[in-house]
Ligand binder design. Structure first.
Ligand SMILES: [Zn+2]
Length: 449
């Protein structure tokens, strides 16, 4: 039930006219601004500093006059400094792991949890899930929003929800075979890992009951999507979310078009900015995604800089929905590396790798220092048949060295990056049971030596 209705078609907000959506957004934005200005000293002071008051926001575009919020602001106000509701109205707390050791903390009222469940139910429906489906949820349960976020939305839609969580791949496979789910939720890299493990055990991933995958929580490429779809014989859809803004379900790709992720615009106002100049960029151009929440009570965010690079389109989708769509996330600003003046995201390297039949999608990029220059090494696994055909599995064999040259050529011409390439035997790169680790940064360690 979504707002008292069983979801059997679009939610009405998904097919609003632009005017109607903007009117709803403005009304909700004003309420949100008044709430944070009244209850959160951080926002009150930030608005004061920039000389704008929430009462001066008359259109949704006026949001660009307000200051940004960054992850550091969440850390500075750890744990509950940004909570905009009385603590006795908070019914849920989540967090995300931080590099500094302490998580960034977010909170939800009962209404927040309910809106979130509605959004995720809608997202699962957009991806092809239906009431009565069995949904295998391999997202991690815990402080991370992935597991419980998907879980509540799945129950809200009316799916039989299996809270498997991440890890224990053998058990994942047993439950997929025995329970016969129609939908699976996971990170793309972990689903790949499950598929490979099945093949190793002599099982055919295409023979499972799975029809749809709802995959996200890490940047992935179109080529990775095709590999997963081929491996399992399913349709794989991209889901977007981050705990600082809400959790999964902020945007979801439709199974009809698989062409960009529909943003839940009745709950979030999306912008894309140039991360250097902080100016808005036009639709269709890549920049940093920025979200403001419109309905959250306990933890509203105003112009939160996500660090994720993507673009927006406001053209109507062939599925019929009118909501703005974001492109798949190209990468995180933190993961971007610069080699000889060229900005590179791991997902661009991944796209090149997956075009070659000799390689599988298990790779790591090691960043090192050579003198004062940054230098990147690609460590990538070859596929089993290629490895078996090499004399004694010798990766220095001329055939393997030819492959190295070919990879370097593809990287140079497509991702515009020069990298040293190291071929690895099958299973040499650590497998992910959650978010894959694509970048190994050894620059600081080497600089100390
Ligand atoms: Zn669509």
């Amino acid at each position: 039930m979504i707002g008292g209705r069983t979801l059997t078609t679009y939610a009405e907000e998904e097919v609003f006219s632009k005017d109607k959506m903007q009117q709803l957004q403005l009304e909700r934005l004003k309420k949100t601004l008044a709430r944070v200005e009244k209850n959160v000293p951080f926002y009150r002071e930030a608005f004061d500093r920039s000389g704008v008051s929430s009462s001066e926001v008359h259109t949704t575009e006026d949001i660009s006059r307000l200051p940004f919020t960054k992850k550091q602001d969440l850390r500075d106000n750890y744990p509950f400094g940004l909570v905009a509701a009385p603590m006795d109205e908070v019914v849920r707390i989540h967090g995300s792991s931080g590099t500094s050791g302490k998580p960034t903390v977010v909170a939800y009222t009962e209404n927040d949890v309910s809106h979130w469940a509605d959004m995720v139910a809608r997202a699962i429906y957009i991806a092809g899930g239906r009431k009565g489906d069995l949904l295998h949820n391999a997202y991690g349960y815990g402080l991370f929003t992935g597991g419980l976020g998907l879980h509540n939305g799945s129950e809200r839609l009316g799916c039989a929800t299996v809270p498997v969580s991440g890890g224990n791949t053998e058990r994942q496979i047993t439950l997929i075979q025995d329970f016969m789910p129609r939908v699976i939720c996971s990170t793309p890299s972990y689903l790949m890992n499950i598929g490979e493990t099945m093949i190793k055990k002599g099982l055919d991933p295409r023979a499972t009951s799975l029809a749809y995958g709802i995959l996200g929580a890490e940047p992935w490429s179109e080529e990775m999507r095709r590999s997963i779809e081929e491996m399992f014989g399913i349709k794989a859809m991209d889901i977007y979310g981050l705990s600082e803004v809400m959790g999964p379900g902020i945007a979801m790709e439709c199974h009809e078009a698989q062409d960009g992720l529909h943003i839940a615009e009745d709950h979030f106002l999306a912008e894309v900015i140039d991360p250097e100049t902080l100016e808005p960029v036009p639709d269709g151009e890549d920049g940093e995604l920025v979200f403001s929440s419109l309905t959250k009570e306990a933890f509203p965010v105003i112009r939160y800089r996500t660090g994720d690079i993507a673009s927006l389109t406001r053209e109507k989708c062939s599925c019929g929905r009118t909501t703005a769509r974001m492109s798949r996330v190209k990468g995180r600003i933190d993961d971007m590396f610069i080699i000889r003046g060229v900005n590179v995201f791991p997902s661009e390297v991944e796209r090149s790798i997956l075009q070659m039949d000799e390689l599988v999608c298990h790779y790591q990029i090691h960043l090192k220092k050579k003198g004062s220059m940054d230098h990147a090494e690609l460590h990538v696994e070859v596929c089993e048949p290629f490895f078996q055909a090499l004399p004694d599995g010798d990766l220095t064999d001329p055939v393997a060295q030819e492959l190295v040259k070919k990879i370097q050529y593809v990287l140079k011409t497509q991702a515009l990056v020069s990298m040293d390439v190291y071929l690895k035997p099958p299973n040499a790169i650590p497998r992910s049971e959650g978010k894959a680790k694509r970048i190994v940064d050894q620059r600081t360690a080497e600089a100390v030596k």
